[in-house]
Write a protein that binds this ligand. Structure first.
Ligand code: ATP
Ligand code: MG
Length: 757
């Protein structure tokens, strides 16, 4: 059988072009991922050694699925392909090479919690205001510096960056970054961004290593190339420099990670980097009905910055897209849950054929509640991961210390859990001693009597001996035996066993579940290295979405649009289509951010194969207050011929279809519709699109020296508001202002374009 039979002519030529740089920029559902999958199978069929192939995917799950498909064509050889996310592939390489750049082979990977906790500790030590130096914000700055390959030294030397920080009142950011990097180094730890940053350092400083991998990876492929950041771009460019057998696929219209440093220019510049590039176009969408493709095209054409693409579908016309309005988020959940139950039985579908997509994680609550009420099974993607649970993190912290005793975040976590009489003061003394004298943390712990007195010195000393005994077990024991030994001798199992509350029981069960997972791992036959250290490396990069125990379970999928990238479902619900939610309030200040939101909407729409439902609520609780909401501008941007409006949210099946003109009028008159339940009053507007604030004539931001709480003000962009609080001293006074349109905002007066009215 021709293993390339499942491809159309353009896909097939892209697959068969195995030499030289290849780029495929094409719309959603046109088979980009399919081309990569077939291309790898084709390479192996042509005699290329799987060890010489590197494929970078967006999630580990995507890599796993791809590998299974390739296995069907080429057999078990597919196991040897280097395939995974950037983070997992390069952490694997760093494990081998870490010592060259001064890290232990068993370096720890700090997760987001570790990173933030360390940043918070540094901010506290430096006596900085933790509101101004908010840990999330600081993390974002450091992350974006790393993704642009700016080291702490360069950061502190860069005048433009420093000036920007100072202007924002955050002149100490450079110093925080510096200390943060030193602490990670001292702890033998890398954060997620380091996995890419340090890979670049490695390839840059060690030409022999670069050379080795350039020759190892003779064929490179990158899926979702539009979402690579500079750091990833450079790794790929370096590795491909010798053979130039590089194939990237992507869709500029689906670039949705600019906020994390992804740079759409990477795809636009590919032709400049490789003038010899062969470009292939894929225009046929195989995923969705004509109706859905048509609707998606009508949205994305509103973006100014995009490559011209013609996307068409030869699938059936399909049903119109249903737009539903609810009067609250809870009602929206109810409508969606009812629609799923109905559609499932009417069309003979399974639960797993349905997905509910939302802009923010917080929206899942209302959906989950409604699904539970109707006994609809669901799986929440991207929620708190199993590995993020407290008890699991506690036990893993012991594992981490066993393999890397300098891991400060792990030490802080468990040095006194279960309780062993080491108080905060002793811990503080240990950390200060390490910091002042630049000792490794482990040296302080192992020599506790030099830094602490009496009882606490003994307690810390015993803790050190315990970790050493774990290390001895780990040297010879299997992953499972080591893990079991640590669970028992650390005292965690006993502590949880003695807690007879319901939560305690479930925590105990979770630990058992983790140990079962390790047992399974240590008995796997498809991998050679089965130590606990390897297991830990695997799970450090796992997300909840990857720990999919039963991928065939019949459940509705709930996820944010960001994590739905690349996936497809027969029936998709996009919920919460409201101004300030989707598009997000934070995106309304600039065209480029709004365009990113629109691309996000495009991604959401194009996940649907057969049927798409859109909904919004006219009121919703956010941050504890009830807000009136207006339908999203994106609803207005969809081709009206594709829509079917539902005017009676309490009865989803009316199937009213009075032509767009009348629907639109009715839509605008939504406030006068009668509901069976009382509803919160909705603010009336003449247009469903909110207007940007136009500053009053002759607007000149004036001196705000006399500003007082209670005064009315006008902001150049945010409009009119009232001062509710003033804090800080000149020149760093911060004002909290309640804006009529936008709600509460905090502004630093010296930069705010504000006038008293
Ligand atoms: P996205 O931009 O969303 O990542 P994509 O371009 O990667 O989409 P794929 O996921 O590869 O698209 O393909 C979309 C769907 O169309 C898949 O179900 C795939 O199996 C199917 N498909 C692609 N090409 C063909 C083809 N030639 N014949 C039949 N089905 C196809
Ligand atoms: Mg894809």
């Amino acid at each position: 059988m021709d293993y390339l039979a499942g491809l159309n002519p353009s896909q097939r030529s892209a697959v068969e072009q195995i030499k030289g740089p290849v780029m495929i920029v094409a719309g959603a559902g046109s088979g980009k991922t399919r081309v990569i999958t077939y291309r790898v199978a084709h390479l192996i069929r042509q005699g290329v050694d799987p060890f010489n192939i590197l494929v970078l995917t967006f999630t580990n799950k995507a890599a796993k699925e791809m590998r299974e498909r390739i296995m069907n064509v080429v057999g078990s050889e597919a196991k040897n392909i280097w395939m995974g996310t950037f983070h997992s592939v390069f952490s694997r390489i760093l494990r081998v090479e870490a010592e060259l750049i001064g890290y232990p082979k068993n370096f720890t990977i700090y997760d987001t919690d570790d990173t933030k906790s360390l940043i918070r500790a540094i901010i506290k030590e430096m006596n900085l205001d933790d509101k101004l130096y908010n840990a999330n914000h600081v993390y974002g700055r450091i992350s974006s510096a790393k993704n642009n390959l700016i080291s702490p030294q360069e950061y502190n030397k860069n005048e433009a960056i420093m000036a920007e920080d100072i202007a924002n009142g955050r002149g100490q950011l450079g110093q925080i970054y510096m200390t943060y990097a030193q602490r990670c180094y001292r702890a033998g730890a890398m954060d997620f961004d380091d996995l890419l940053f340090k890979t670049n350092v490695l390839l840059n400083k060690h030409p022999e290593v670069l050379h080795k991998y350039q020759h190892q990876f003779k064929y490179l492929m990158v899926d979702e190339y539009q979402d690579t950041n500079f750091s990833q771009y450079l790794i790929v460019k370096r590795l491909a420099a010798v053979n130039e057998n590089i194939c990237v696929v992507g869709d500029d219209a689906q670039s949705i990670y600019a906020f994390r440093g992804a740079n759409i220019q990477n795809i636009l510049n590919f032709q400049k980097d490789y003038p010899e590039v062969q470009v292939f176009k894929l225009e046929q969408n195989y995923r969705s009905t004509k109706m859905i493709v048509n609707a998606a095209n009508s949205v994305i054409e509103k973006n100014q910055n995009q490559l011209e693409k013609n996307v068409f579908s030869e699938n059936e016309d399909g049903e119109k897209i249903k737009v539903t309005r609810a009067f609250s988020d809870n009602e929206e959940g109810k409508i969606v849950a009812e629609a799923i139950t109905q559609e499932r039985s009417l069309k003979g579908l399974k639960y797993k054929d349905f997905a509910i997509l939302y802009r923010t994680n917080a929206q899942s609550r209302a959906m989950e509640e409604a699904l539970r009420k109707l006994n609809v099974p669901y799986k929440l993607y991207g929620g708190t991961s199993f590995y993020q649970r407290k008890e699991i993190k506690d036990l893993i912290a012991y594992f981490r210390l066993t393999f890397n005793p300098n891991d400060e975040e792990a030490l802080k976590r468990v040095i006194n859990y279960p309780r062993r009489g080491i108080g905060d003061t002793s811990l503080e003394k240990i950390l200060v001693a390490a910091d002042k004298q630049q000792y490794r943390l482990w040296d302080v712990v192992a020599n506790a009597q030099m830094f602490l007195d009496g009882r606490s010195a003994t307690a810390v000393g015993n803790f050190g001996l315990m970790i050493q005994s774990f290390q001895a077990v780990a040297k010879t024991g299997s992953a499972f035996d080591t893990a079991m030994h640590i669970a028992q001798h650390s005292g965690i199992l006993k502590d949880l066993y003695e807690d007879k509350s319901v939560e305690g029981l479930s925590r105990y069960e979770n630990i058992q579940e983790l140990l079962n997972g390790i047992k399974e791992f240590s008995e796997r036959e498809d991998i050679e290295e089965k130590g606990l250290d390897v297991f830990m490396q695997d799970i450090a990069l796992l997300t909840n979405d990857d720990k999919d125990k039963d991928p065939n379970a019949d459940t509705v999928s709930l996820m944010t649009i960001h994590s739905s990238k690349g996936l497809e479902f027969p029936v998709v619900f996009i919920v919460g289509l409201e101004e300030n939610l989707f598009p997000s309030q934070l995106s309304l200040n600039s065209r480029s951010e709004l365009e990113e939101e629109r691309r996000l909407f495009y991604v959401a729409v194009t996940r649907a194969e057969k049927k798409l439902h859109l909904s919004y609520a006219t009121s919703r609780y956010r941050w504890g207050t009830l807000n009136n909401c207006e339908p999203s501008r994106f609803l207005d941007e969809l081709n009206p011929a594709c829509l079917e409006l539902d005017f009676q949210p309490r009865n989803v099946s009316t199937g009213m279809d009075g032509g767009f003109q009348s629907e639109r009028v009715a839509w605008k008159q939504k406030d006068t519709d009668s509901y069976s339940k009382p509803k919160p009053k909705v603010v009336k507007t003449t247009s469903i699109l909110p207007k940007a604030h136009v500053p009053s004539e002759g607007f000149a931001p004036s001196d705000t020296a006399g500003l007082q709480v209670g005064m009315q003000v006008e902001h150049e962009r945010f409009g009119f508001g009232k001062v509710v609080n003033l804090e800080g001293n000149k020149p760093d006074i911060k004002a909290t202002i309640f804006f009529k349109e936008l709600g509460q905002k905090q502004l630093l007066l010296k930069f705010a374009k504000l006038r008293i009215v």
